[in-house]
Each structure stands twice: as C-alpha cells, then as structure tokens.
Design a binder for this molecule. Structure first.
Ligand code: PHE
Length: 342
C-alpha cells in the first residue's frame, strides 16, 4: 500500500491528479480510510499494532501529498514567471489627462489674490429668492432695474405659496447673506455662477461673477480704489495700472461707480496698463444704507464698499479671448489653443 501510494504521489503531474491520489487513499471512501474502519472488528491487540501502523502510513502519505503540492505550485509559478515577463523599460503610452477649466483657474487666481488682502470666500444659492436677489438690494418690485436684469424666473405651480424664486442675476445677494451670517465688520468675496437671458459674442445665459464686500467703521472709496488697483496689478500682472472711476448708478450702492482700466489697442490686440483707451471692467460703490439694514447691520455705525466683476470677462481680457461662448463649448482644440489643455 505504502509503495503504491507514494509512487502515485510522486508521479502526479498536476494538482488534479494529486487530488485523485488523495481521495483514493485518504478520502472518505479511500483505501486507507476503509482499512481504518475495519479496526473495529479486530481484537484489542491486533487493533493496537495495525492501528498504529495505519496512522503512520496515513501521516506519511499526507506529508508526501503536501510536499508534492508545494513542489507543483512552485513549478507552476516558475512556469508563469518564465512566460509572463514584463519589459519595465518600455515607455508608457501617453493618455490624455483632464485639466482645470479656465474659468475655474481664473476663479482660483482671483480668490488667492483677495485672500492675500484678507477677504474670505462667501457662497449663496444659484436659485435665489426674489427678495435676496432684488428687494434686499434696494430693488423693489416695480423698480426698472428688474427689467434690465433679463431674469430667469422659476416656475411656480398654482397654489404654491413659497416666495418667488429666480436664477440669481448677480452675486450681490450673497452680500446680504454674508452680512446676515457674520455681521460687521466683514470682508468677503463671493465668486459664482449667475444667469441672464442674453446670448451673443460677449454674453452667455450663464456666466460668472465675483462680488466683493468690505464693511468697517470708516471704510471709504479710497480703500475701494486701492483694493481694486492691487487686484488688477496682481491679476493682469502689470507694473502700472490706472483705473478710472466713472459715476454710475446701482440701486444697492451710493455713490456708485463703473471702473475702467487704461489700455491700448495695438494692431487689433489689447494691451492693458497703458495707452489712451479705457475698458470697463466692473461695477462698484459704497453700500447703500438700506442694503446694510437688509443685512442686519446698523448704517449709522458701519459703512463699506462693494463691487461686482465678470470673471469670464476678466479671463477674456487676460488671455486675449474674443468670444465668451467658447468658454462653455468644451472644444478641446480651443482649450489647447489657449493653453488650457494638453
Ligand atoms: N451687481 C452688479 C451687476 O451685476 C455689480 C455690482 C456689484 C455693482 C456691487 C456695484 C456693487 O452688474
């Protein structure tokens, strides 16, 4: 028995054959198992000698099976290692990698510049209540400014008594939310998406603005001017900037100013910083007392400035991009052309 099984173990060429040998010898109905069962019919003396012998045989075959199994596994691994070798010196195949969208890049740049000047980031919802978007900003229901905003209104089913909502037409409602949350003093910017029904080379129905708000005991237009000049110097990477504050009107600021940056057009290309032309870049002013009140701030104790700037617009100026719509078409050729994708 011993010689037969040890020979069969030695001859097994793979794991399957080895298993057959194991079953034939040690399986439930294996030859050795059956012999073990016969022990019951023997005399105690016979049982002692035969039982011990059978146990030894069982252990021996078992050990042989294990050793053979290890040997077979090693051989299989060696075989695989010989077959599946990998040339690690082969150069990788390049795969196209995604990049950060230019608008996100510019938003990050803008945020970093204002962070250096102590401005935190505030946020608000894009579906905004009509109160935050207009009323709180001193634009009551019949105010003509409401028409100028080309507003997208959210549909309300009959019987829906929730307050009317719009897609926010500017980031200014975040001024109110930030004031209500933090109180005075406060220094925040609020970058984000805004919506107006408009579409041409320089307008898309969705675009991006960044709002600025600084409220303190004696914050003035002079602080506004310095802040915007510093921003333009850093953002447009200019040694010299000149800004022009042009009197204007916004319901939520008094006085209000539209701000132009000095520039020139050389052979059709825009050059910022010097020249004899001006280009409008943002709207600004001193926060209207009624707006402070809507934000829960006492206008007899606090004052400050606010501004609103088109992020896509300043991105177009910085990178010399003539058509705003291209920003939102995800055309890889366009993104590559302006260095926004590899
Ligand atoms: N909210 C104004 C707009 O969208 C910009 C602005 C913001 C002007 C803050 C003044 C102060 O045109």
């Amino acid at each position: 028995l011993r010689t037969t099984y040890l020979a069969r173990v030695a001859d097994a060429a793979d794991a399957g054959m080895l298993e057959e040998v194991r079953l034939a010898a040690l399986g439930k109905k294996g030859e050795i198992s059956l012999k073990m069962r016969e022990l019951g019919r023997m005399t105690p003396e016979e049982r002692q000698t035969t039982g011990a012998a059978l146990n030894r045989l069982k252990d021996e075959i078992d050990a042989a099976l294990r050793a053979k199994k290890t040997a077979l596994d090693d051989a299989a691994l060696d075989e695989r290692l010989r077959g599946e070798w990998l040339d690690v010196t082969l150069p990788g195949r390049p795969r196209p990698a995604g990049t950060i969208h230019p608008v996100s890049q510019v938003t990050e740049e803008v945020t970093a510049i204002f962070a250096d000047m102590g401005f935190a980031v505030a946020e608000g919802p894009q579906v905004e209540s009509d109160w935050f978007n207009f009323d709180a900003l001193n634009i009551p229901p019949e105010h003509p400014a409401r028409q100028e905003h080309d507003t997208f209104f959210m549909h309300r089913a009959e019987g829906d008594d929730r307050p009317p909502h719009v897609l926010r037409t500017h980031t200014s409602p975040v001024q109110i939310r930030a004031m209500q949350e933090t109180g005075a003093p406060i220094r925040v910017i609020a970058p984000g998406r805004v919506y107006r029904m408009d579409m041409d080379q320089t307008h898309t129905p969705m675009f991006h603005q960044v709002e600025g708000l600084a409220i303190g005991r004696d914050i003035s237009m002079a602080n506004l001017k310095w802040t915007l000049e510093e921003f333009c110097r850093a953002f447009f990477e200019l040694d010299e900037v000149e800004l022009r504050f042009r009197a204007s009107h916004f319901p939520f600021t008094e006085p209000s100013a539209e701000v132009d940056i000095r520039c020139s057009w050389e052979g059709g290309t825009l050059k910022l910083g010097q020249g004899d032309s001006w280009l409008e870049i943002l709207g600004s002013g001193m926060v209207h007392p009624k707006v402070l009140q809507a934000g829960g701030i006492d206008p007899t104790k606090w004052q400050g400035f606010a501004f609103g700037m088109g992020i896509d617009r300043i991105a177009m100026l910085k990178y010399g991009i003539p058509d705003l719509r291209a920003f939102f078409e995800s055309d890889l050729r366009w993104l590559r052309h302006y260095g926004f994708a590899a």
